[in-house]
Design a protein around this ligand. Sequence first.
Ligand SMILES: NC(=O)c1ccc[n+]([C@@H]2O[C@H](COP(=O)([O-])OP(=O)(O)OC[C@H]3O[C@@H](n4cnc5c(N)ncnc54)[C@H](O)[C@@H]3O)[C@@H](O)[C@H]2O)c1
Length: 391
Amino acid sequence: MKVGVIGSGSMGSGIAQVASTADCQVVLYDTSAAAIERSKAKLSKIMKRLLEKERISAEKATQIQNNINYVNSLKDFATCDLIIEAIVENAEIKRKVFVELESYVSDECIIASNTSSLSITSLAAALVKPERCIGIHFFNPAPLMKLVEIIPAIQTADDVSVKAKSTIDSWGKLTVIAKDTPGFIVNKVARPFYSEALRIYEEGIADFATIDWAMSELAGFKMGPFTLMDFIGNDVNYVVTETVFKSFYFDPRYKPAFTQKRLSEAGYHGRKTGRGYYEYQEGAINPEPTKNEILGQEIVDRIITMLINEAADTLHFNIASKEDIDIAMTKGVNYPKGLLSWADELGIQTCVDGMDALYAEYHEDRYRCSPLLRKMAKSEETFFNIKTTHD
Ligand SMILES: NC(=O)c1ccc[n+]([C@@H]2O[C@H](COP(=O)([O-])OP(=O)(O)OC[C@H]3O[C@@H](n4cnc5c(N)ncnc54)[C@H](O)[C@@H]3O)[C@@H](O)[C@H]2O)c1
Protein backbone atom coordinates (compact mmCIF):
# COMPACT_ATOMS: atom_id res chain seq x y z
CA MET A 1 0.00 0.00 0.00
CA LYS A 2 1.20 3.51 -0.78
CA VAL A 3 0.52 6.06 1.94
CA GLY A 4 0.82 9.83 1.70
CA VAL A 5 1.37 11.98 4.77
CA ILE A 6 0.98 15.75 4.54
CA GLY A 7 2.80 17.72 7.24
CA SER A 8 6.06 16.50 8.75
CA GLY A 9 5.60 17.99 12.23
CA SER A 10 5.20 15.95 15.43
CA MET A 11 2.18 14.01 14.23
CA GLY A 12 2.97 13.66 10.51
CA SER A 13 6.47 12.34 11.24
CA GLY A 14 5.08 9.84 13.74
CA ILE A 15 2.35 8.65 11.38
CA ALA A 16 4.88 8.25 8.55
CA GLN A 17 7.05 6.14 10.88
CA VAL A 18 4.09 3.94 11.84
CA ALA A 19 3.07 3.35 8.19
CA SER A 20 6.63 2.74 7.10
CA THR A 21 7.22 0.28 9.97
CA ALA A 22 4.15 -1.59 8.69
CA ASP A 23 5.94 -1.98 5.32
CA CYS A 24 4.00 0.70 3.46
CA GLN A 25 5.65 2.93 0.91
CA VAL A 26 5.30 6.44 2.33
CA VAL A 27 5.38 9.85 0.67
CA LEU A 28 5.91 12.67 3.17
CA TYR A 29 5.38 16.32 2.26
CA ASP A 30 5.67 19.62 4.10
CA THR A 31 5.73 23.23 2.87
CA SER A 32 8.69 23.87 5.17
CA ALA A 33 12.03 22.42 4.06
CA ALA A 34 13.30 22.88 7.62
CA ALA A 35 10.42 20.75 8.96
CA ILE A 36 11.35 17.99 6.49
CA GLU A 37 14.97 18.10 7.63
CA ARG A 38 13.91 17.98 11.29
CA SER A 39 11.65 15.02 10.55
CA LYS A 40 14.44 13.09 8.80
CA ALA A 41 16.88 13.78 11.62
CA LYS A 42 14.31 12.80 14.25
CA LEU A 43 13.56 9.49 12.55
CA SER A 44 17.24 8.69 12.23
CA LYS A 45 17.70 9.42 15.96
CA ILE A 46 14.74 7.21 16.88
CA MET A 47 16.08 4.37 14.73
CA LYS A 48 19.50 4.68 16.34
CA ARG A 49 17.94 4.46 19.80
CA LEU A 50 15.81 1.45 18.86
CA LEU A 51 18.90 -0.24 17.45
CA GLU A 52 20.91 0.43 20.60
CA LYS A 53 18.10 -1.03 22.69
CA GLU A 54 17.99 -4.00 20.28
CA ARG A 55 14.31 -3.41 19.59
CA ILE A 56 14.82 -3.65 15.81
CA SER A 57 17.41 -5.05 13.44
CA ALA A 58 19.77 -2.83 11.43
CA GLU A 59 18.04 -4.10 8.31
CA LYS A 60 14.61 -3.06 9.57
CA ALA A 61 15.89 0.36 10.64
CA THR A 62 17.26 0.98 7.16
CA GLN A 63 14.07 -0.29 5.58
CA ILE A 64 11.87 1.99 7.73
CA GLN A 65 13.95 4.99 6.66
CA ASN A 66 14.10 3.94 2.99
CA ASN A 67 10.34 3.40 2.83
CA ILE A 68 9.82 7.13 3.35
CA ASN A 69 10.17 9.33 0.32
CA TYR A 70 10.37 13.04 1.23
CA VAL A 71 8.80 15.14 -1.52
CA ASN A 72 8.19 18.81 -2.20
CA SER A 73 5.00 18.69 -4.24
CA LEU A 74 1.52 17.28 -3.70
CA LYS A 75 1.74 15.98 -7.28
CA ASP A 76 3.90 13.17 -5.90
CA PHE A 77 0.81 11.82 -4.08
CA ALA A 78 -0.85 10.81 -7.40
CA THR A 79 -0.47 7.04 -6.86
CA CYS A 80 -1.28 6.94 -3.13
CA ASP A 81 -4.05 4.67 -1.82
CA LEU A 82 -4.44 6.50 1.48
CA ILE A 83 -3.39 10.04 2.39
CA ILE A 84 -3.37 11.36 5.96
CA GLU A 85 -3.20 15.10 6.44
CA ALA A 86 -1.44 16.31 9.61
CA ILE A 87 -0.79 20.00 8.95
CA VAL A 88 -1.54 23.08 11.01
CA GLU A 89 -4.96 23.05 12.78
CA ASN A 90 -6.65 25.54 10.44
CA ALA A 91 -9.80 24.51 8.56
CA GLU A 92 -9.29 26.91 5.67
CA ILE A 93 -5.72 25.76 4.99
CA LYS A 94 -6.68 22.09 5.33
CA ARG A 95 -9.57 22.54 2.87
CA LYS A 96 -7.29 24.28 0.37
CA VAL A 97 -4.79 21.42 0.55
CA PHE A 98 -7.63 18.89 0.08
CA VAL A 99 -8.87 20.65 -3.07
CA GLU A 100 -5.40 20.67 -4.65
CA LEU A 101 -4.73 17.09 -3.57
CA GLU A 102 -7.94 15.77 -5.09
CA SER A 103 -6.94 17.08 -8.50
CA TYR A 104 -3.93 14.71 -8.52
CA VAL A 105 -5.17 11.47 -6.93
CA SER A 106 -7.21 8.50 -8.23
CA ASP A 107 -10.94 8.14 -7.54
CA GLU A 108 -10.22 5.31 -5.09
CA CYS A 109 -7.76 7.23 -2.93
CA ILE A 110 -8.90 7.80 0.66
CA ILE A 111 -8.21 11.28 1.99
CA ALA A 112 -8.03 11.45 5.78
CA SER A 113 -7.42 14.15 8.37
CA ASN A 114 -5.65 13.78 11.70
CA THR A 115 -7.39 16.90 13.08
CA SER A 116 -8.09 16.95 16.83
CA SER A 117 -10.81 19.54 16.84
CA LEU A 118 -12.23 20.31 13.39
CA SER A 119 -15.35 18.74 11.97
CA ILE A 120 -14.45 16.01 9.45
CA THR A 121 -17.74 16.72 7.69
CA SER A 122 -16.70 20.33 7.06
CA LEU A 123 -13.34 19.22 5.63
CA ALA A 124 -14.98 16.52 3.48
CA ALA A 125 -17.31 19.14 2.01
CA ALA A 126 -14.33 20.75 0.24
CA LEU A 127 -13.89 17.63 -1.90
CA VAL A 128 -15.59 16.74 -5.17
CA LYS A 129 -15.88 13.21 -3.77
CA PRO A 130 -16.57 13.84 -0.04
CA GLU A 131 -17.42 10.16 0.44
CA ARG A 132 -13.66 9.39 0.26
CA CYS A 133 -12.92 11.52 3.33
CA ILE A 134 -12.57 10.27 6.93
CA GLY A 135 -10.95 11.27 10.23
CA ILE A 136 -8.01 9.14 11.38
CA HIS A 137 -6.98 10.58 14.72
CA PHE A 138 -3.67 9.39 16.15
CA PHE A 139 -2.41 10.31 19.61
CA ASN A 140 0.95 11.83 20.40
CA PRO A 141 3.52 10.27 20.03
CA ALA A 142 1.92 8.27 17.21
CA PRO A 143 4.46 5.39 17.18
CA LEU A 144 3.92 4.74 20.91
CA MET A 145 0.23 5.39 21.45
CA LYS A 146 -1.86 2.36 20.55
CA LEU A 147 -5.21 4.07 20.13
CA VAL A 148 -6.49 5.60 16.90
CA GLU A 149 -9.96 7.13 16.61
CA ILE A 150 -11.67 6.58 13.24
CA ILE A 151 -14.23 9.28 12.50
CA PRO A 152 -16.51 8.87 9.49
CA ALA A 153 -17.98 12.16 8.29
CA ILE A 154 -21.68 12.15 7.43
CA GLN A 155 -20.65 11.91 3.75
CA THR A 156 -18.15 9.03 4.22
CA ALA A 157 -18.89 5.87 2.22
CA ASP A 158 -19.18 2.68 4.30
CA ASP A 159 -16.42 0.90 2.38
CA VAL A 160 -14.08 3.83 3.09
CA SER A 161 -14.70 3.46 6.85
CA VAL A 162 -14.12 -0.30 6.65
CA LYS A 163 -10.91 0.11 4.64
CA ALA A 164 -9.55 2.90 6.84
CA LYS A 165 -10.19 0.88 10.00
CA SER A 166 -8.72 -2.36 8.67
CA THR A 167 -5.64 -0.54 7.34
CA ILE A 168 -4.90 1.15 10.66
CA ASP A 169 -5.58 -2.11 12.54
CA SER A 170 -3.07 -3.83 10.24
CA TRP A 171 -0.49 -1.26 11.35
CA GLY A 172 -0.76 -2.71 14.87
CA LYS A 173 -3.02 0.02 16.24
CA LEU A 174 -6.24 -0.33 18.21
CA THR A 175 -9.05 1.52 16.47
CA VAL A 176 -12.32 2.84 17.86
CA ILE A 177 -15.11 4.44 15.85
CA ALA A 178 -16.39 7.86 16.88
CA LYS A 179 -19.17 10.04 15.54
CA ASP A 180 -18.06 13.34 14.06
CA THR A 181 -18.69 15.41 17.20
CA PRO A 182 -16.31 17.85 18.95
CA GLY A 183 -13.43 16.15 20.74
CA PHE A 184 -14.50 12.75 19.29
CA ILE A 185 -14.23 10.31 22.25
CA VAL A 186 -11.03 10.95 24.21
CA ASN A 187 -10.81 14.73 24.07
CA LYS A 188 -14.47 15.03 25.09
CA VAL A 189 -14.70 12.37 27.80
CA ALA A 190 -11.43 13.47 29.44
CA ARG A 191 -12.50 17.09 29.98
CA PRO A 192 -13.73 16.66 33.60
CA PHE A 193 -10.39 15.15 34.62
CA TYR A 194 -8.92 18.62 34.19
CA SER A 195 -11.92 20.90 34.66
CA GLU A 196 -13.30 19.36 37.85
CA ALA A 197 -9.81 19.31 39.36
CA LEU A 198 -9.49 23.00 38.51
CA ARG A 199 -12.91 23.69 39.98
CA ILE A 200 -12.01 21.91 43.24
CA TYR A 201 -8.84 24.01 43.41
CA GLU A 202 -10.62 27.28 42.56
CA GLU A 203 -13.14 26.68 45.33
CA GLY A 204 -10.27 26.26 47.77
CA ILE A 205 -11.21 22.69 48.65
CA ALA A 206 -7.66 21.42 48.03
CA ASP A 207 -4.40 22.53 46.44
CA PHE A 208 -2.77 21.13 43.26
CA ALA A 209 -0.50 18.72 45.10
CA THR A 210 -3.32 17.25 47.20
CA ILE A 211 -5.62 16.80 44.20
CA ASP A 212 -2.77 15.17 42.25
CA TRP A 213 -1.96 12.90 45.19
CA ALA A 214 -5.61 11.80 45.49
CA MET A 215 -5.99 11.06 41.77
CA SER A 216 -2.72 9.18 41.45
CA GLU A 217 -2.41 7.42 44.82
CA LEU A 218 -6.06 6.77 45.63
CA ALA A 219 -7.64 6.55 42.15
CA GLY A 220 -4.69 4.91 40.35
CA PHE A 221 -4.09 7.40 37.51
CA LYS A 222 -0.50 7.53 36.22
CA MET A 223 -0.41 11.30 36.76
CA GLY A 224 -2.64 13.67 38.68
CA PRO A 225 -4.51 16.30 36.62
CA PHE A 226 -2.15 19.23 37.35
CA THR A 227 0.99 17.20 36.69
CA LEU A 228 -0.61 16.01 33.45
CA MET A 229 -1.67 19.51 32.38
CA ASP A 230 1.88 20.73 33.01
CA PHE A 231 3.11 17.80 30.92
CA ILE A 232 0.72 18.43 28.00
CA GLY A 233 1.25 22.19 28.22
CA ASN A 234 -1.31 24.60 29.63
CA ASP A 235 -1.48 26.45 26.31
CA VAL A 236 -2.40 23.26 24.40
CA ASN A 237 -4.71 21.85 27.08
CA TYR A 238 -6.52 25.17 27.55
CA VAL A 239 -7.18 25.54 23.80
CA VAL A 240 -8.63 22.02 23.60
CA THR A 241 -11.01 22.80 26.50
CA GLU A 242 -12.02 26.14 25.00
CA THR A 243 -12.59 24.58 21.56
CA VAL A 244 -14.75 21.79 22.99
CA PHE A 245 -16.69 24.38 25.05
CA LYS A 246 -17.37 26.60 22.02
CA SER A 247 -18.12 23.66 19.74
CA PHE A 248 -20.76 22.35 22.15
CA TYR A 249 -22.53 25.71 21.97
CA PHE A 250 -21.17 26.80 25.35
CA ASP A 251 -22.46 23.85 27.33
CA PRO A 252 -21.41 24.74 30.92
CA ARG A 253 -20.17 21.18 31.38
CA TYR A 254 -17.07 22.10 29.35
CA LYS A 255 -16.50 25.61 30.71
CA PRO A 256 -12.76 26.42 30.86
CA ALA A 257 -11.18 27.65 34.11
CA PHE A 258 -9.66 31.10 34.62
CA THR A 259 -6.82 29.53 36.59
CA GLN A 260 -5.61 27.71 33.49
CA LYS A 261 -6.29 30.66 31.20
CA ARG A 262 -4.13 32.92 33.35
CA LEU A 263 -1.33 30.37 33.42
CA SER A 264 -1.51 30.11 29.67
CA GLU A 265 -1.50 33.93 29.30
CA ALA A 266 1.50 34.23 31.60
CA GLY A 267 3.44 31.71 29.54
CA TYR A 268 3.44 29.27 32.46
CA HIS A 269 2.84 26.37 30.12
CA GLY A 270 4.30 23.68 32.35
CA ARG A 271 7.36 21.50 31.94
CA LYS A 272 8.36 22.99 28.60
CA THR A 273 8.62 26.52 30.07
CA GLY A 274 9.94 25.47 33.47
CA ARG A 275 6.85 26.63 35.28
CA GLY A 276 3.16 25.72 35.33
CA TYR A 277 1.13 24.65 38.33
CA TYR A 278 4.48 23.49 39.64
CA GLU A 279 8.05 24.76 39.26
CA TYR A 280 10.47 22.70 37.17
CA GLN A 281 13.74 24.62 37.48
CA GLU A 282 16.65 22.82 39.10
CA GLY A 283 16.36 22.88 42.84
CA ALA A 284 12.71 24.00 42.79
CA ILE A 285 10.77 23.05 45.90
CA ASN A 286 7.13 22.20 45.26
CA PRO A 287 4.40 21.94 47.92
CA GLU A 288 3.71 18.61 49.57
CA PRO A 289 0.16 17.18 49.42
CA THR A 290 -2.08 17.05 52.46
CA LYS A 291 -2.49 13.30 52.71
CA ASN A 292 -5.92 13.34 54.27
CA GLU A 293 -7.67 10.15 53.12
CA ILE A 294 -11.19 11.48 53.70
CA LEU A 295 -10.55 14.65 51.70
CA GLY A 296 -8.68 12.60 49.08
CA GLN A 297 -11.61 10.22 48.64
CA GLU A 298 -14.03 13.15 48.27
CA ILE A 299 -11.84 14.55 45.49
CA VAL A 300 -11.64 11.17 43.75
CA ASP A 301 -15.39 10.55 44.02
CA ARG A 302 -16.20 13.97 42.58
CA ILE A 303 -13.85 13.76 39.60
CA ILE A 304 -14.61 10.11 38.80
CA THR A 305 -18.36 10.73 39.01
CA MET A 306 -18.03 13.62 36.57
CA LEU A 307 -15.91 11.48 34.21
CA ILE A 308 -18.40 8.60 34.36
CA ASN A 309 -21.24 11.03 33.69
CA GLU A 310 -19.42 12.35 30.62
CA ALA A 311 -18.71 8.81 29.36
CA ALA A 312 -22.36 7.81 29.92
CA ASP A 313 -23.60 10.87 28.05
CA THR A 314 -21.23 10.06 25.19
CA LEU A 315 -22.94 6.67 24.95
CA HIS A 316 -26.37 8.26 25.43
CA PHE A 317 -25.81 10.38 22.31
CA ASN A 318 -24.44 7.41 20.34
CA ILE A 319 -21.05 9.03 19.79
CA ALA A 320 -19.40 5.63 20.25
CA SER A 321 -20.15 2.11 21.51
CA LYS A 322 -19.74 1.35 25.22
CA GLU A 323 -16.81 -0.96 24.42
CA ASP A 324 -15.06 1.71 22.35
CA ILE A 325 -15.59 4.38 25.02
CA ASP A 326 -13.84 2.20 27.61
CA ILE A 327 -11.04 1.17 25.21
CA ALA A 328 -10.49 4.81 24.20
CA MET A 329 -9.91 5.97 27.76
CA THR A 330 -7.74 3.04 28.85
CA LYS A 331 -5.59 2.88 25.68
CA GLY A 332 -5.70 6.53 24.56
CA VAL A 333 -5.00 8.20 27.90
CA ASN A 334 -4.03 5.24 30.09
CA TYR A 335 -6.92 5.49 32.56
CA PRO A 336 -6.65 2.73 35.19
CA LYS A 337 -10.13 1.43 34.29
CA GLY A 338 -12.72 2.00 31.62
CA LEU A 339 -15.16 4.61 32.93
CA LEU A 340 -18.30 2.61 32.15
CA SER A 341 -16.84 -0.50 33.80
CA TRP A 342 -15.95 1.75 36.72
CA ALA A 343 -19.58 2.89 36.88
CA ASP A 344 -20.71 -0.74 37.07
CA GLU A 345 -18.23 -1.36 39.86
CA LEU A 346 -19.34 1.65 41.88
CA GLY A 347 -23.02 1.05 41.19
CA ILE A 348 -25.04 3.13 38.72
CA GLN A 349 -27.26 4.45 41.53
CA THR A 350 -24.16 5.66 43.40
CA CYS A 351 -23.11 7.63 40.30
CA VAL A 352 -26.60 9.15 39.96
CA ASP A 353 -26.58 10.06 43.66
CA GLY A 354 -23.13 11.66 43.25
CA MET A 355 -24.28 13.81 40.34
CA ASP A 356 -27.52 14.75 42.09
CA ALA A 357 -25.64 15.76 45.24
CA LEU A 358 -23.40 18.08 43.18
CA TYR A 359 -26.43 19.53 41.41
CA ALA A 360 -28.25 20.03 44.71
CA GLU A 361 -25.26 21.92 46.04
CA TYR A 362 -24.56 24.14 43.02
CA HIS A 363 -27.73 24.25 40.92
CA GLU A 364 -25.53 24.50 37.85
CA ASP A 365 -26.29 22.77 34.57
CA ARG A 366 -22.67 21.59 34.61
CA TYR A 367 -23.70 19.01 37.21
CA ARG A 368 -26.75 17.58 35.41
CA CYS A 369 -26.90 13.81 35.53
CA SER A 370 -26.87 11.98 32.20
CA PRO A 371 -30.39 10.70 31.43
CA LEU A 372 -28.83 7.36 30.54
CA LEU A 373 -27.43 6.87 34.05
CA ARG A 374 -30.78 7.82 35.57
CA LYS A 375 -32.68 5.43 33.30
CA MET A 376 -30.24 2.60 34.01
CA ALA A 377 -30.41 3.14 37.76
CA LYS A 378 -34.20 2.96 37.63
CA SER A 379 -34.21 -0.30 35.70
CA GLU A 380 -31.21 -1.65 37.66
CA GLU A 381 -29.15 -2.12 34.49
CA THR A 382 -25.39 -2.17 34.22
CA PHE A 383 -23.18 -1.33 31.25
CA PHE A 384 -21.44 -4.70 31.04
CA ASN A 385 -23.68 -6.96 33.11
CA ILE A 386 -21.31 -6.79 36.03
CA LYS A 387 -23.09 -7.34 39.31
CA THR A 388 -22.52 -4.25 41.40
CA THR A 389 -21.13 -4.46 44.90
CA HIS A 390 -24.18 -2.54 46.07
CA ASP A 391 -26.79 -5.13 44.97
N1 LIG B 1 0.25 17.43 18.67
C1 LIG B 1 -0.68 16.61 19.13
O1 LIG B 1 -0.67 16.20 20.29
C2 LIG B 1 -1.79 16.15 18.20
C3 LIG B 1 -2.46 14.97 18.49
C4 LIG B 1 -3.44 14.52 17.61
C5 LIG B 1 -3.75 15.24 16.48
N2 LIG B 1 -3.08 16.42 16.22
C6 LIG B 1 -3.43 17.14 14.98
O2 LIG B 1 -2.41 16.86 14.01
C7 LIG B 1 -2.23 17.99 13.17
C8 LIG B 1 -0.76 18.39 13.19
O3 LIG B 1 -0.36 18.65 14.50
P1 LIG B 1 1.17 18.69 14.93
O4 LIG B 1 1.19 18.76 16.41
O5 LIG B 1 1.91 17.61 14.23
O6 LIG B 1 1.61 20.10 14.34
P2 LIG B 1 3.08 20.62 14.00
O7 LIG B 1 3.02 22.08 14.13
O8 LIG B 1 4.11 19.85 14.75
O9 LIG B 1 3.26 20.24 12.45
C9 LIG B 1 2.49 20.79 11.43
C10 LIG B 1 3.31 20.77 10.14
O10 LIG B 1 2.47 21.12 9.04
C11 LIG B 1 3.25 21.90 8.14
N3 LIG B 1 2.32 22.64 7.29
C12 LIG B 1 1.62 23.75 7.58
N4 LIG B 1 0.86 24.10 6.52
C13 LIG B 1 1.10 23.19 5.55
C14 LIG B 1 0.60 23.00 4.23
N5 LIG B 1 -0.27 23.83 3.70
N6 LIG B 1 1.05 21.93 3.52
C15 LIG B 1 1.96 21.08 4.05
N7 LIG B 1 2.47 21.21 5.29
C16 LIG B 1 2.04 22.26 6.03
C17 LIG B 1 4.12 22.76 9.03
O11 LIG B 1 5.26 23.22 8.33
C18 LIG B 1 4.48 21.77 10.15
O12 LIG B 1 5.69 21.09 9.87
C19 LIG B 1 -3.20 19.04 13.64
O13 LIG B 1 -4.38 18.96 12.88
C20 LIG B 1 -3.47 18.65 15.08
O14 LIG B 1 -4.74 19.05 15.54
C21 LIG B 1 -2.09 16.88 17.04
